[in-house]
Every structure is written in structure tokens, then in C-alpha cells.
Design a protein around this ligand. Structure first.
Ligand code: SAH
Length: 353
């Protein structure tokens, strides 16, 4: 007898992987496609709902696999805009967050890739809580599916950003499996053109991702243009300093033809000075001559205990213009509901007895 914890999480298997495990059970190949569709299109939560499968086969599936769901434990809807923040509880009790944001071009879901994070960025709400574990591909999908089930027809999720809790490139295999699952034509069929993966800059993994040749957008969290300041804000920079990071970005662009977006959280007095803008110009111009790198500015979300406060993204944008750099100011959404990822989980962990 298998105990429930030994069952395979069936939502995390691609059709070919399903085909191979089902063929070991003596099932014909077409069953894999049927079952994949039940799971990823019809979104059944129990094998007994797979009505085109025999009772006996449903029972066999049930004895080997589980369909884990993640539960919404808290939902906060912004009064300022249409942003909705979700706090989910995973099957082992851990908490993660996701956000649904409505932009003029569509609805974007921001999801988490790990429970906690190892990267230790000084401005981030998740860093002080440390790392607990990687999320499985099924748990990343689960965040989207729970949001799908909770979304009105006219607010269907059309884009995804991996910008929630965690460092996606520190959970590489599961993130790649998630990308293949969410974009599979027999499943959710989301175009990876509408997906952004954000990284703090793990250089070897950027190179590995380039080899996959996905049409996704790579976002690199830059936040400073000198090694001194970046290492202070983001410890990962001590391992992969700016020269190495920007060279990897250039290789990524050459290999995939996809332009990279740089994220820059504007922090008062830290990285918003004319000297910081000049440093950014001096760094990026020679590396990306003619490619016009895209920079996304966002005022840092002040997290208690970090001591940082928001600088003016507009003022910094002007400074960058003088440097010949193109930057956009990202709209901050859901300020009233702690929509910046990590803050809701952090408050819940702090509040728990
Ligand atoms: N680990 C990945 C993705 C998760 S963080 C990364 O580092 O990119 C998603 C984005 O939010 C990153 O750009 C991160 O630097 C930024 N971020 C984290 N804390 C923030 C804060 N308090 N204010 C503004 N942006 C923040």
C-alpha cells in the first residue's frame, strides 16, 4: 500500500511523461492526452470526475497519483485599483503569495517560485525570513489555476510574471517544467511571449536558460550600477559581479534575440542620485550599443526593518534620459493591500502564535 505522501503529483507531469507512466500501468497512449485535458482544461480535482475513464482505471490512478490543490487562505482586493492579492496555503502548510494585476493591455498574474528565498536582497520582505523550500511545477501551476477559478470571465489571466517570492533561477528544473506545462497546447496553452522571468542575476543559469530558447522575457533585477552599491544591496553581486552579469545578458540577447528588461527599484539616497544615473549610463551604453536596453523603474516598496524609503522614479527617469537611456516608470498597483510580494506572508508568519 502506498501512503498518500508517496503518491506522484500528477499535475506536474507533461503529456509525454504521463504517457510513459501510464504505459507502465498498461494503459494505451491516448489516455495520457485525455487525462492531461481533464487536469489542465477541465481542472477536475478528483479522478472520479474523469467520466470517460473506467471506474477501475480511476481507482488505479487514485492509488498511484494525487491531485493536490492549493487553497486560498486570504484574499485582499484593492480599493484603489483592480489588484487582488492572494495568500495560499500549500499542502504542507507553507504559505506563498500571488497577485492579479489589471493593466490596460490585460490581466497579469505574479506568482511565487519558492517558499522564502536565499538571495538576501536588503530591500526585500522575504529575505529576513530565509529559505524553506522550492515550489514544485504543480504548485506554480496551482497558483494560476486557483486564480483562474477566482477570476471573472472578462478578467482572464493573459500574462504571467515570475516576480513573487523566490528566485526562479535557483529552482531551475521546476521552473522549466512549469513553463512547459503552462504553455502546452493541450493544457492552459499560455504563450510564453506573455511571460516574464525575473532574476537577481545567477549568471550560469542565465546561460542555461538562453539554451532553452523560450520566447519569454528575461527581467534582470539590477538596482545599482556599481559593484560597490549592488553588492551592498544584493549579496548575489559578490558572486556574480556586474561585468559578468551584463556579459551574460548580452549572450542571452545574442542567443535568443529577445531584449532584456532591467528592473530598478528607486531607493531614496541609495541609488537615485545623478551619480547613480551616470554610472548606469556608463555601464549599459557600451554593452548594449544600438539595442536600447529597457529599464523599468519602480519606487522601492518600503519594508519595515529595512530602513529604505522610496525615491522618485520620475526624477530618476529624467536623469536617465540625460544619459540616453530609455526607462519606463512602472505603475504601482495595490498599494493599500500590500501587493508587493512577500509582505502578506511575512505579516502572517509574524502574527502566528
Ligand atoms: N528573485 C527574483 C524575482 C523575485 S523578486 C528577482 O530578484 O528578480 C521580484 C522583483 O521585486 C525583483 O526585481 C526584486 O528586486 C523586486 N523587489 C523586491 N523587494 C522589493 C521592494 N521592497 N520594493 C520594490 N521592488 C522589490
Amino acid at each position: 500500500m502506498q501512503t498518500p505522501t508517496e503518491k506522484t503529483e500528477i499535475l506536474g507531469l507533461l503529456p509525454d511523461q504521463l504517457k510513459s507512466v501510464l504505459s507502465d500501468m498498461g494503459a494505451p497512449a491516448f489516455r495520457a492526452k485525455q487525462i492531461f485535458r481533464w487536469l489542465h482544461v477541465r481542472r477536475v480535482t478528483d479522478f472520479s470526475e474523469m467520466t470517460d475513464q473506467s471506474k477501475q482505471f480511476q481507482n488505479e490512478l487514485d492509488s498511484r497519483f494525487c491531485i493536490k490543490r492549493i487553497n486560498i487562505v486570504q484574499k485582499l482586493a484593492s480599493h484603489m485599483d483592480d489588484t487582488v492579492k492572494y495568500l495560499y496555503r500549500l499542502s504542507d502548510g507553507n504559505l506563498v503569495e500571488a497577485v492579479r494585476m489589471v493593466y490596460h493591455h490585460g490581466v497579469t498574474a505574479c506568482i511565487s517560485t519558492q517558499v522564502g528565498c536565499k538571495m538576501g536582497c536588503k530591500f526585500c520582505a522575504s529575505a529576513p525570513l530565509g529559505f524553506i523550500r522550492n515550489l514544485t511545477a504543480a504548485e506554480m501551476l496551482g497558483q494560476i489555476y486557483a486564480m483562474d477559478a477566482d477570476s471573472p470571465e472578462d478578467a482572464r489571466i493573459s500574462g504571467i510574471v515570475l516576480m513573487g517570492i523566490g528566485e526562479p533561477l535557483d529552482n531551475y528544473d521546476n521552473v522549466i517544467q512549469f513553463l512547459k506545462l503552462i504553455s502546452h497546447p493541450d493544457g492552459r496553452n499560455m504563450s510564453l511571449r506573455h511571460l516574464s522571468l525575473s532574476t537577481c542575476g545567477i549568471v550560469p543559469m542565465i546561460d542555461r536558460l538562453a539554451e532553452e530558447n523560450f520566447p519569454l522575457t528575461l527581467s534582470v533585477s539590477l538596482h545599482a550600477a556599481t559593484d560597490e552599491k549592488r553588492s551592498e544591496l544584493m549579496p548575489v553581486n559578490r558572486k556574480y559581479p556586474l561585468d559578468q552579469l551584463l556579459a551574460a545578458c548580452q549572450r542571452y540577447f545574442r542567443k535568443t534575440g529577445r531584449r532584456i528588461t532591467f528592473e530598478y527599484a528607486v531607493i531614496a539616497g541609495e541609488n537615485d542620485t545623478p551619480a547613480a544615473a551616470a554610472a548606469l549610463g556608463a555601464r549599459l551604453r557600451p554593452v548594449f550599443s544600438g539595442q536600447r536596453p529597457h529599464i523599468n523603474l519602480i519606487p522601492v516598496n518600503p519594508v519595515s526593518g529595512t530602513g529604505f524609503s522610496a525615491g522618485s522614479a520620475r526624477a530618476f527617469q529624467k536623469l536617465l534620459e540625460q544619459e540616453g537611456l530609455n526607462a519606463t516608470v512602472r505603475r504601482t498597483l495595490g498599494d493599500d493591500i500590500k501587493a508587493a510580494c512577500g509582505q502578506l506572508r511575512r505579516d502572517n508568519i509574524k502574527d502566528s502564535p
